[in-house]
Design a protein around this ligand. Structure first.
Ligand SMILES: *Cc1c(COP(=O)(O)O)cnc(C)c1O
Length: 424
């Protein structure tokens, strides 16, 4: 077993020398590119030297009780997106193994040419059924899905209006489309309405995360749907953190609010609750047909592998067959939020398994994370620019694998961390 510090891997010293050496055969350039590369190197070296670097920790083993083994030590995992604890589920692993034995490990192609297998169409039918749409389409990642969803639909005449906390892939899709791109303040429906009015009769697409990935709060879907209807705008919702998490049967944000319709483009990933990789769009048959033939991330990037597709299909079945998992993660989220609140800590408006514990400064967030790591709790700090300055936090996530005793153990460690960094 390699010995390494949990938060600081000091085994990379040899790369430092490599970075200093000039590339062979290249004259020194004054274009600033080397300076930028060096700048990143210096920043990282500085962070590591001050023990402020704790990303990319290697998880050596996943234990069945939801703990993980890092550097030889079991840790309570409170930083995973495996909300329903489906990684390693025998039915899902079995489906992936069977797909490999039947089709092998790759597809050697994009879907439109030779890359479509029965497992892809089965998955798309399963997604459409699960989300209550006519059809669905899968992409190689959730990130690529958001690029596709916006770039293929809009032209320069159109306007895309996003919540300020929407995921980076939505922002990138809007930028890549070269459309007019406006953002409204997080969950500020007045701000959304003013922008819809200003857009007038141009084509309008409103895009929101269902559950916001840094704050853990839920978009006001009824309010947003109402505004979109009144102003003739299309609505796209990113369900990366709500699929399997919101609603009695885990079908997502519409089920959470008891709404049957209102979302034109339902986007999600196969990499969070669903233990696979890839992303999907679900919607009307005509819309999906357009994406199938007109979106560059679909046309120019290879199909997801047979094992990924089969695993995702099986995972949707498991969510339907084992609804107790959905109830459990919702119970755990409530227990974690109320426990932190009872200690007087700020969890913003989280009501999901993503629970921010606000620490304030970046230094406090890192110190709190290190305190937790030393006590066997795997959590990660999130700081500026991912979140606003002064709102650095520990970003906690709970899963259906946690028992009440795990939540309480984590709360105990978090309480001591809060005290150690002067939060309470
Ligand atoms: C993770 C995430 C994505 C990207 O999904 P990947 O499958 O990881 O590429 C998109 N949107 C949101 C809100 C996410 O959290």
């Amino acid at each position: 077993m390699r010995k390494s510090n949990l938060v600081l891997d000091r085994t990379e010293g040899t790369e430092e020398e490599a970075a200093d050496a000039p590339a062979p055969g290249r004259a020194p350039a004054r274009d600033g590119i080397d300076d930028r590369v060096q700048g990143w190197w210096d920043q990282l070296t500085h962070a590591k030297a001050r023990d402020l670097y704790c990303y990319g920790m290697t998880v050596d083993e996943l234990l069945p009780d939801g703990r993980v083994v890092v550097a030889g030590k079991p840790m309570l995992m409170f930083a995973s997106y495996s909300y329903l604890g489906l990684i390693g589920h025998p039915k899902i692993d079995g489906a992936a193994t069977e797909a490999i034995s039947r089709y092998g490990t790759g597809t050697h192609g994009v879907r439109l040419l030779a890359g479509t297998l029965p497992v892809h169409r089965e998955l798309e039918r399963a997604i459409a059924r699960f989300k209550g749409t006519e059809d669905a389409l899968t992409f190689s990642s959730g990130y690529a899905t958001n690029l596709a969803a916006i770039t293929a639909l809009l032209t320069r005449r159109d306007v895309v209006i996003c919540d300020s906390l929407d995921h980076a892939s939505i922002v990138d899709g809007a930028v890549l489309s070269r459309v007019t791109f406006w953002r409204f303040q997080h969950n500020d429906l007045g701000g959304l309405e003013r922008r819809l009015q200003r857009a007038g009769d141009r084509g309008k697409l409103v895009v929101t995360d269902a559950v916001f990935s840094m704050d853990g709060d839920v978009a006001d879907l009824p309010g947003i749907v109402d505004l979109c209807r009144r102003h003739g705008a299309r609505l796209m919702v990113d369900e990366a953190h709500s699929l399997g998490v919101l609603g009695k049967t885990g079908r997502g944000v519409e089920e959470h609010f008891g709404m049957a319709a209102g979302i034109d483009i339902k986007m999600g990933t196969l990499s969070k609750t669903i233990p696979s990789a890839g992303g999907y769009l679900a919607g009307s048959a005509k819309l999906i047909n357009m994406y199938r033939h007109h979106s560059r991330p679909y046309i120019f990037s290879a199909a997801i592998t047979p094992a990924q597709a089969a695993a995702a299909t099986a995972a949707l079945q498991v969510i339907e067959e084992e609804p107790h998992r959905v109830a459990k993660v919702q119970h755990n989220a409530a227990r974690l939020v109320s426990g932190l609140k009872a200690m007087g800590l700020n969890t913003l408006r989280s009501e999901t398994p993503i629970v921010p514990m606000i620490c304030g400064s970046q230094e406090r967030a890192y110190a709190a994370a290190r305190h937790c790591h030393r006590r066997g709790l795997f959590v990660l700090p999130v700081t500026h620019p991912a979140v606003p300055e002064g709102l650095s936090r520990l970003r906690l996530t709970t899963s259906a694998l946690h028992g009440d005793e795990d939540i309480d153990e984590a709360l105990g460690i978090l309480e001591s961390a809060a005290r150690a960094v002067g939060l309470s």
